[in-house]
Ligand binder design. Structure first.
Ligand SMILES: [Zn+2]
Length: 289
């Protein structure tokens, strides 16, 4: 899929009755929208107040209900810095580990995001961090229209990753435990991340809404797992990290991933392989190269 095809699939996308994804046209974080019989539930709050204001405008124009619950999937700034737009009317909730992390980082969080994300820094000038309240996890939330299962499995992308599973509708909102047609940012724990991908596949879902990228299906997850395996076995077989960092020496099976959205694919994949090498090979062999 090229970029213009992809852009057609961004913005609000209805998946099932009362279930929508907001696919961020910038490639930044997506959000889930679930319309209850009295109010609206959001999973993630987009990357900037301006992005969240666009989402809010859509919700107000389309549904005569207010957002009363926002759950942050994890602490990364690109998923939560639109939160202030909803904070007057909504409870903002997250995994206890996410709350703890944000509380610890609260003084420098926005400044750090502005520095890291120079591309959206102008949109973050007025951003405020809303510290969430702790949510219970592994619970069901009945919205009157749908039953949301809010789940946490293990430390993976971050320590407090949450996913939303709609069993009846067969829709999963994975947040950053899956990226579609993009090289994922693994984050905290590559082994945990890989196990979470397997657990996602065990759920009988039909549609998956990733943290970044357009809506996927089972094949999309299988494709990422295959990439993981190609990269993992190459990283484990190659003892020379300089060679791993050289895009010309990568396995030829990676060619099928050249269409993934990021244009700097080969550089990124080299870093990715190097990350695997760091995680698996150096630990196993005790190599200090
Ligand atoms: Zn993230």
């Amino acid at each position: 899929m090229n970029r213009s095809q992809w852009l057609k699939l961004t913005g609000p996308q209805q998946i099932r009755e009362n279930v929508y994804a907001w696919i961020n046209p910038t490639g930044d974080a997506n959000a889930a929208i679930i319309i209850g019989n009295e109010s609206i539930f959001l999973f993630d709050a987009l990357s900037t107040p301006r992005q969240a204001a666009d989402l809010d405008k859509f919700l107000k124009a389309r549904f005569n209900k207010s957002v009363t619950t926002v759950i942050y999937s994890h602490w990364h700034e690109d998923h939560i810095l639109g939160g202030q737009v909803f904070a007057d009317d909504a409870r903002i909730l997250a995994h206890p580990k996410t709350c703890e992390k944000l509380y610890t980082e609260k003084e420098r969080f926005v400044a750090y995001a502005q520095k890291e994300r120079s591309d959206i820094a102008a949109d973050l000038v007025d951003a405020r961090l809303i510290i969430p309240e702790e949510t219970e996890i592994n619970i069901e939330i009945n919205t009157g229209n749908n039953v949301i299962q809010l789940m946490h499995w293990e430390p993976a992308h971050t320590e407090g990753d949450l996913i939303v599973w709609l069993e009846k509708e067969k829709v999963i909102f994975s947040s950053d435990l899956f990226f579609n047609n993009m090289i994922p940012y693994i984050g905290l724990n590559a082994c945990g991340y890989r196990r979470c991908l397997e657990r996602i596949l065990k759920l009988p879902f039909k549609y998956i809404v990733p943290g970044h990228g357009n809506i996927g299906d089972r094949k999309s997850v299988e494709r990422l797992i295959r990439l993981w395996d190609i990269v993992g076995s190459y990283a484990a077989s190659e003892k020379n990290v300089d060679k791993i960092l050289d895009p010309d020496s990568l396995p030829s099976e990676l060619a099928e991933y050249n269409s993934w959205i990021k244009p700097t694919f080969l550089e990124e994949i080299s870093e990715y392989v190097a990350g695997f090498w760091e995680l698996f090979v150096r630990k196993i062999t005790g190599s200090s190269a």
